[in-house]
Design a protein around this ligand. Structure first.
Ligand code: IPM
Ligand code: MG
Length: 355
């Protein structure tokens, strides 16, 4: 089969880690007889520098014409003082909206070989944990009305959280379907004791839950969830929550794995086309120095194979190769490799050797 992939390398370490994932895809293509045709597009800070805007129309069109999108990371100190609509992050939000990617899947689990890097007490993670966050991605306060105005006490700013029943229903269904393929447990996170959007969220999730009698569904308030994640992470199987709460809690979930450099993510809509990217950012401090960990991006490519192309065996092969490399004790600097740390290229070579 032939697959068209739009590459959005972005800023900082983005180009290095995307190049690593492309090398892995090429190897998979040779082994399993597929062709992955990759076309690069600009987005983020590099697009601002080249074209004056973070998300050129050509990039949107290229991504829409592709079978899937692989993204590195966007942003960096160079553009931090830009106004809101000229920030690199705007590219990411624009792509999510343009591609209709309302679901963000962020798996977080402990790798046995890296359990020592987990910042939680050993007894808390004695039995490991394995969860997937299902974050709503194109609604809520990220996309609500915002602005500046004259308020009671002088100039003020506002952002609005709004959720429609339709938006809650469709993300809830994704969560229940995901749970059916796992441990059949959904925890829905909201702030229903304060927010009206959360009360609608809760009501709607409960109604959808009735369609999935085989899946258990519990509510949890977001502040409690932040605490439970570090108190007993094993209780979470599938978590479903809003755009903003999901942004915050998924960083927390990634950190308790001990290795944000390993975690992939998938953003999906109602078609097979998805956007796959590591959870971590553009790490401008180590950009261009061959120090970045390519694993999260390589695992994101594996998620692309699984979710967008239905190539489960190929995705398994990549994940198994990463497991073997970690089990052998090979480490990048962020994984505490110290003196013996592999660079981005060498870590990619090691994974290719296992494929
Ligand atoms: C993420 C990031 C983005 C978000 C930023 C870069 C806009 O933090 O993907 O979690 O808030 O969604
Ligand atoms: Mg985030």
């Amino acid at each position: 089969m032939e697959y068209k992939i739009a590459l959005v390398k972005g800023d900082g370490i983005g180009p290095e880690i995307v190049d690593s994932a492309v090398r892995v895809l090429e190897k998979i293509g040779q082994t399993f007889g597929h062709t992955f045709t990759c076309t690069p597009y600009l987005a983020g800070g590099c697009a601002i520098d080249a074209t004056g805007i973070p998300l050129p129309q050509e990039t949107v069109d290229g991504c829409l014409a592709a079978d899937s999108v692989l993204l590195g990371a966007v942003g960096g100190p160079k553009w931090d003082k830009n106004p809101g609509n000229l920030r690199p992050e705007k590219a990411l939000l624009g792509l999510r909206a343009a591609l209709g990617l309302f679901t963000n899947l962020r798996p977080a689990k402990i790798y046995p070989a890296l359990a020592g890097d987990c910042p939680l007490r050993p007894d808390i993670v004695a039995n490991g944990f394995d969860m997937v966050m299902v974050r709503e991605l194109t609604g809520g306060i990220y996309f609500g009305e915002r602005g500046r105005r004259d308020g009671k006490y002088g100039p003020e700013a506002y952002d609005t959280e709004a959720y429609s029943v339709m938006e809650i229903e469709r993300i809830a269904r994704v969560a229940f379907e995901t749970a059916r393929k796992r441990r059949k447990n959904v925890i829905s996170i909201d702030k229903a004791n304060v927010l009206e959007t959360s009360r609608l969220w809760r009501e709607t999730v409960h109604r959808i839950a009735e369609e999935y009698p085989d899946v258990t569904c519990t509510d949890m308030l977001v502040d409690n969830a932040a605490m439970q994640l570090v108190r007993n992470p094993a209780q979470f199987d599938v978590v479903v929550t809003t755009n903003m709460f999901g942004d915050i809690l998924s960083d927390e979930a990634s950190q308790i794995t001990g290795s944000i450099g390993l975690l992939p993510s998938a953003s999906l809509g109602s078609t097979k086309r998805g956007l796959y990217e590591p959870i971590h950012g553009s790490a401008p401090d180590i950009a261009g120095q061959n120090k970045a960990n390519p694993i999260a991006t390589i695992l994101s490519a594996a998620m692309m194979l699984r979710y967008s192309f239905d190539l489960g065996a190929e995705a398994d092969a990549i994940e198994a190769a990463v497991d073997r490399v970690l089990n052998k004790g090979l480490r990048t600097a962020d994984l505490g490799g110290g003196e013996a740390s592999l660079g981005c290229t060498e870590m990619t070579d090691a994974i290719l050797a296992e494929l």
